[in-house]
Design a protein around this ligand. Structure first.
Ligand code: SF4
Length: 151
């Protein structure tokens, strides 16, 4: 079942009820959900696996706990750094995005789509499009620096 931002417009007091309903449907009826969200805390609460998208591409994928505890891709790290609650374990080290324009998702130029904003960008990033590489067991990222291709 596709659940596209199912709780984003809801009052906080009823969000947890919807998330628990999804978990119950999953357990009792074996229903798989594709849960689309910008809210990493709710993703962590309901998901087994996570795909992080940037400019129309998957830039990181893996088990949700592993990805949110130890993200590989610089974009995932920036998302985590933006989580406002300082008591949450979701928070990663403080890193800043560069102030470049976001890449177009349609007909983008060669190279990494995140290069104009990436704090780790190196020369090759604007010339060669990175592939999704399994850099840790079951955890993949699309990044020349943190998940380099071995070929
Ligand atoms: S490939 Fe380069 S620009 Fe893209 S995320 Fe990795 S380091 Fe940043």
């Amino acid at each position: 079942m596709l659940a596209d931002e199912p709780i984003s417009m809801l009052d906080v007091s009823i969000r947890i009820g919807i998330l628990n309903l999804m978990l119950r449907l999953k357990e009792e009826h074996d229903i798989a959900f594709l849960f689309v969200t910008h809210d990493l805390a709710s993703a962590r609460y309901v998901a087994d696996d996570i795909l992080v998208m940037y400019a129309g591409q998957i830039v990181e994928r893996g088990p949700v706990e592993r990805v949110l505890e130890a993200p590989l891709h610089p974009y995932t790290r920036l998302l985590l750094a933006a989580v406002p609650d300082p008591t949450k374990k979701l928070r990663a080290e403080r890193i800043e995005a560069r102030r470049g324009r976001a890449s177009a998702a349609v007909d983008p130029p060669e190279g990494c789509r995140f290069v104009t904003r990436c704090p780790l960008a190196i020369d090759v990033c604007s010339r060669v499009t990175p592939q999704l590489v399994e850099a840790r067991r079951a955890q993949s990222a699309r990044c020349h620096v943190t998940a380099p291709s071995t070929t």
